[in-house]
Structure formats: C-alpha cells, structure tokens
Design a protein around this ligand. Structure first.
Ligand SMILES: C[S@@+](CC[C@H](N)C(=O)[O-])C[C@H]1O[C@@H](n2cnc3c(N)ncnc32)[C@H](O)[C@@H]1O
Length: 414
C-alpha cells in the first residue's frame, strides 16, 4: 500500500511505518461469493427504470483491494468521533430503523449494519465489494445476527436486492469530502432501492474551505534548507517546495491556523444529489483576512448531518438553511463558521476547531507565501473535478489573488 502523494494508487492510509500520520486508503472488489446477492429478500421489487451503473474498472478493483486490509478498518473504527456519531445517529433514528429494511452501502467489517440490527432493524443488507465482506460475514455470524444481517459480497452497482428498502446508511466520505467518489455508489443504491420517504444517513454534507497561515510547517519543510549544519543549502529550496507542496497534504491544523471564517464550497443533499453534479464542483470565494499574517495556503474540511428526509429541503432551496455561507457571499459579518442547525441534527464535523478525526484536514499549500494585512481581500475560485484518468482521483484547480497579484495552482489528489 502506498501513502497518498506517493504517486501510486491510494487514498492515503498506509500500514507502513512513516513519519507522517497514517492516511486513509481505499480498495477493490470481487463478485459476490456467498450466493446471497441474487435476489435476496424475494419481495419482487422493481424500479420503473434502473439507473445507469458505472462499470467496474481496474481502478475500482484496486480501490476495493485496498479495503481488504485490516488496518484501514481499524483506523476508521478507532476514530471515535466518526464511529460514535454514527452509532448515536442510528439510536436517534431508531424509530425509523426498527422493523425496517436497511442497506449498508460499503459495510466494511459490518459495524454499522450491526448497530442497525441492535436497534431492531428487520433486515440489513450489508454490501461490500472488498474481501473484507468475508470478515463481515464471520462477525455477523459470531454475534448471532445472521438471520437479520445479510452480507452481500459485491458492488452496490451489481448486487441484487429484491425488495425496496426503508433506510440507507453509509460511511462514504473521503478526504475533501469527495475524494474517492464513493458517494456515487450511495446515489446508485438510493435510486435502485430506496422507498419514497425513506431515510438516508447521513442526510447531507458540506465541504468548507478557508485561508490558513502555517509558519511552522513552512519553516520545517522549506526554511530548513537555508542553513543545514551551517551549510547554505538554499539551492534545495525549489525542489523542497515542489516536493512538499505539489500535492494536497492531509494533516491536522488548529483553529489558530485559520485566517477567516470558511466558505462553503459544496453542499450536498443526499436525498437529491445526482452523480453528474459531482463530476465537477466549482465555486468563487472572497475572504477578508482577520489578521496580519503570511498566507500559506487553503484548508478544506467537511461535516455531515444526520437528518430525516422530511426535515431536509430539496437541493434547490437548501441554501436557506445556511447563514451567510452560500458560494458567492460578500465578505462581511454574515460569513458564518457553521450552518444553522434548527433541527438539532447530529453533526459529524472534521473542522480544525473540533475534535480530530482520521480525515484530519486537507491543505493546498502555495509555493510562495503571500503577506496579508488585516482586512486584506483574498479572492478567487476553486474547481474540484474527477480525474479523467481515474474518477476516484481528484483534480484541483485553485485560483487566488491577493495584494494585486494573481496565481493559479493545479494539483491532483491521487
Ligand atoms: C469508508 S469504508 C466504511 C466501512 C464501514 N461502513 C465502517 O463504517 O466502518 C467504505 C467501504 O465501502 C466499500 N465500498 C465502496 N464502494 C463500494 C461499492 N460501490 N460497492 C460495495 N462496496 C463499496 C469499501 O470496500 C469499504 O469497505
């Protein structure tokens, strides 16, 4: 397995010893092998028209393969913020789950499926294309839940479930929310099986960005070369900048690194979002620095909410849930840090000021810092698009202008 930014296929998790924190990585699949994927349930469920399903490519197989390693599941399950928020959401929505049919999109070890069974789900289809499904099956059996939890070893795009489902649960979020493109599989499951009025957990997601200052990081990776044991190694600077900052960096920053309130890059309503909508996401931003500091780059993070379908509005009117956070908001006091939460929905946040998660934050560093004055404007645009080479990779185009100078940075998250 290769850590992210190493040039190989990975979304980050590494079980090799490394000086960096382990990143999360994703992996690939096989055809179902437990014989339960062909018409399980037997309820005669059929959509008027089946959604188009993406073929399983070699990239997908490598992706599913990466999920067969125990380390990535251990890392995710040990992320208590993540796992306990999902458990709390399942408990909070117990009334919608008890006695109902659930699909767990990408069940991994089966943990979320088992949480659903524990609150009384009638049947849970636990689907995973990775070999980890074999372990999920064994875990389900060992917990005497085989009558309730049906493990389907295959892609959500390929397995058959012959009944409508009441609930879809999935932990699909990648770095910068959209990396890995797993949300597409949740959409496919929704369009194949979810009954009208059914529940999707999480129900919505929001990707944020903000300018950051990070002098320590710049000093450690770049300024270090100016004086190495008394030797002027400044000749290394260009290469050091290239190597350190060419690709997005997954790392933990604190609220103190963040120079302004964040900007909403993309808000996703899981009940309404389409696969096409996710192929390319673009937004214009405008920040006003709250302090005098060098701008070293931009941080991205996300949160997800666990609302019911009746509470969350359609994608066309969802911005009304936000306070001053829509894409083109002017910079003034209305730029707020977080969405309003009138329904007191559970929120899983990966923001710098919140308890850390294994997603950390994703940083796009500038090759050259820009010295900002207090109240200085930073404006530009960001476009996140699926790579044509491999849709699970993400191309990032960042345009920024500050102090009369304009720049463009393009990078790939692979
Ligand atoms: C982030 S892990 C979550 C695992 C588990 N639900 C948990 O919370 O610990 C995502 C899982 O989804 C699986 N997966 C991703 N896309 C899938 C697809 N299209 N069909 C089936 N499984 C998929 C991966 O193999 C991986 O095991």
């Amino acid at each position: 397995m290769l850590p992210m930014n190493s040039g190989g296929y990975s979304n980050g998790y590494s079980h090799h010893p490394t000086t960096e924190k382990p990143h999360r990585q994703r992996r690939g699949g096989r055809r179902p092998r437990d014989g339960r994927d062909g018409g399980a349930g037997g309820g005669g469920w059929a959509r008027a028209s089946e959604p188009e399903r993406r073929p399983c490519t070699d990239f997908d197989k490598a992706y599913f393969q990466s999920y067969s390693h125990v380390g990535i599941h251990e890392e995710m399950i040990k992320d208590r913020v993540r796992t306990e928020t999902y458990k709390a959401a399942i408990t909070q929505h117990q009334n919608s789950i008890a006695g109902k049919v659930v699909v767990d999109v990408g069940c991994g070890t089966g943990i979320l499926s088992i949480f659903c069974a524990q609150v009384g789900a009638k049947r849970v289809y636990a689907v995973d294309a990775s070999e980890i499904a074999i372990q999920a099956s064994a875990v389900v059996k060992a917990n005497n839940l085989s009558d309730t939890v049906i493990v389907l070893h295959g892609r959500v795009e390929d397995v058959e479930i012959d009944e409508g489902v009441d609930v879809i649960i999935s932990e699909w979020m990648g770095y910068m929310l959209l990396y890995e493109s797993m949300l597409e599989s949740v959409i496919t499951a929704r369009d194949r099986w979810l009954k009208p009025g059914g529940l999707i957990l999480p129900s919505s997601a929001t990707l944020y960005m903000a300018p950051v200052t990070h002098t320590d990081r710049y000093r450690d990776s770049i300024d270090f070369w100016r004086n190495v044991y008394g030797i002027d190694m400044s000749a290394m600077l260009a290469l050091a900048k290239q190597c350190a900052f060419e690709e997005p960096s997954v790392e933990t920053i604190s609220g103190e690194n963040v120079l302004t309130w964040p900007h909403v890059v993309k808000q996703v309503d899981c009940y309404a979002v389409t696969i096409d909508e996710l192929k390319s996401v673009a937004t214009r931003y405008r920040f006003k620095s709250m302090m005098r500091a060098p701008l070293h780059g931009f941080a991205f993070w996300f949160d997800v909410e666990f609302n019911g379908p009746a509470i969350f509005p359609t994608s066309t009117d969802s911005p009304s849930l936000f306070i001053g956070s829509s894409s083109n908001n002017p910079v003034d006091g209305s730029q707020r840090k977080k969405r309003s939460n009138p329904n007191e929905a559970l929120v899983l946040s990966t923001a710098p000021e919140d308890p850390p998660t294994h997603w950390q934050q994703t940083l796009i560093y500038l090759y050259e810092p820009v010295d900002l004055e207090q109240d200085q404007l930073i404006e530009g645009s960001v476009t996140l698009s699926q790579s044509k080479e491999n849709p699970r990779f993400m191309n990032i185009r960042l345009e920024y202008a500050a102090g009369g100078r304009a720049f463009v940075k393009e990078s790939v998250m692979r």
